[in-house]
Design a protein around this ligand. Structure first.
Ligand SMILES: [Zn+2]
Length: 404
């Protein structure tokens, strides 16, 4: 039996245990950087494989190193483990048992798939031309868990810097079940936050000339920021700015002292991000000043742009098509406007991030999207996710051993 056939058979044989593990994780979701029960579950699932396992000091991350049968470089596979503050409404029999917390982004599948990949590659370790680092990461959902793991040395866990890194994300809608997709270059947006406090002087609503009305200036800024985006940024290097929170005032006839809003800013290149950081702050400050008010503006950086090295995106596409057939891989035409802290890994080492369709129905486009309280992810993709992880690692090691 060829190596690929053996991997495929062993991955398929895991389907039942992977679904069980996934359901266990799904029933007990945890949010943020501290996921003690999830960590315990992962450690138990890896137990007995003889991996070099270490746990995070600042978070509940788990790093596991598998030594291959032959010396060579090391590659990294990553799975995020955290859930969301969402109250589950799927009605599934393995629904969340924690009120107000749900694996609504499918990270329970990611965790189970990475455990599966560790088990599968362990069973085939003699054929590995190097080592594999398994990165079980907490806090992807806005907590920047990846940066804690990077600071604690995950990229060097095998003793030398990993030569490449791969990860994937399941999608409840948007892709047909079982379809892999990615693209070279920018895959996902950078995500930043803009916080604006417009300070004026409160007064009587009937006499605005005796006050300095922060509400009208802040409201104007909401529109002006859209004008900034459409009039000064290249449409082919897009920017998205959404004001999702706006707070001011207590009563219709009282002009308050302050108005406050928050926006999320998504950019798709480092250049657009740099420009937006500068331009949005300048606009808010100068428009407020124009009316004799002040604006205190904070531009907070969250996640950078997720960029696939072109040769690694081509490699991942080739592996997916070879292992599962051409019809199971679709090149992704446009980047996605979500963001990902795997971007931090891909900033440090080359690699590729992919999406895997996990829709439970065939009319995938109509299904509730990731983060919805009704989002569902099919167990059916688990063993294929494991197999792709494993094939990426095996082939990347062969490739990097030959070149490096
Ligand atoms: Zn996610």
């Amino acid at each position: 039996m060829s190596r690929s056939e053996a991997l495929r058979e062993d991955a398929r044989a895991m389907q039942g245990e992977l679904a069980e593990l996934r359901h266990l994780l799904h029933r007990r979701p945890e949010v943020g950087l501290q996921l003690p029960r999830t960590q315990e579950t992962v450690l138990a699932a890896l137990d007995g494989l003889g991996l070099e396992v270490s746990t995070g000091t600042s978070t509940t991350s788990v790093t596991a190193v598998l030594r291959g049968g032959r010396p060579g470089p090391a590659v990294l596979l990553r799975g995020d483990m955290d859930a969301l503050p969402v109250h589950e409404e799927t009605g599934l029999d393995f629904s969340s048992e924690i009120d107000g917390v749900m694996h609504a982004c499918g990270h329970d599948l990611h965790t189970a798939m990475l455990v599966g990949a560790a088990r599968l590659l362990h069973a085939h370790r003699e054929r590995l031309a190097g080592d594999v680092v398994f990165m079980f990461q907490p806090g992807e959902e806005g907590w920047d868990g990846a940066s804690y793991m990077l600071a604690e040395g995950v990229l060097d866990a095998a003793g030398s810097r990993v030569s490449s890194a791969y990860g994937m994300h399941v999608m409840s809608a948007m892709n047909p079940r079982g379809q892999f997709t990615t693209r070279p270059g920018t895959l996902m947006a950078a995500s930043d936050e803009l916080r604006v406090t417009v300070r004026g002087a409160g007064g009587h609503g009937s006499a605005p000339h005796l006050a300095k009305d922060p509400v009208s200036v802040a409201a104007q800024l909401v529109g002006d920021l859209q004008t900034l985006v459409t009039r000064t940024f290249d449409v082919f290097d897009p920017v998205i700015l959404t004001v999702g929170l706006f707070q001011a005032g207590t009563k219709r006839n009282i002009i308050p002292d302050e108005a406050y809003f928050q926006a999320t800013v998504r950019t798709f290149s480092a250049e657009a991000r740099d420009r937006m950081r500068e331009a949005s702050v300048r606009l808010c400050e100068s428009v407020a000043a124009g009316y004799g008010l002040t604006a205190e503006v904070l531009y907070l950086e969250e996640y950078p742009v997720t960029v696939n090295a072109p040769e690694h995106a081509a490699f991942a596409a080739e592996v997916a098509a070879e292992v599962f057939g051409e019809q199971r891989y679709a090149p992704k035409v446009y980047p996605q406007s979500g963001s990902e802290d795997f971007s931090r890994v891909l900033d440090a080492v080359p690699g590729c991030y992919l999406f895997l369709g996990a829709a439970v129905g065939d009319d995938y486009a109509d299904l509730p999207n990731n983060h919805s309280p009704r989002a569902q992810f099919s167990d059916d993709v688990l063993s294929d996710g494991v197999l792709l992880h494993a094939e990426l690692a095996v082939r990347a090691l062969d490739r990097d051993a030959a070149t490096g």
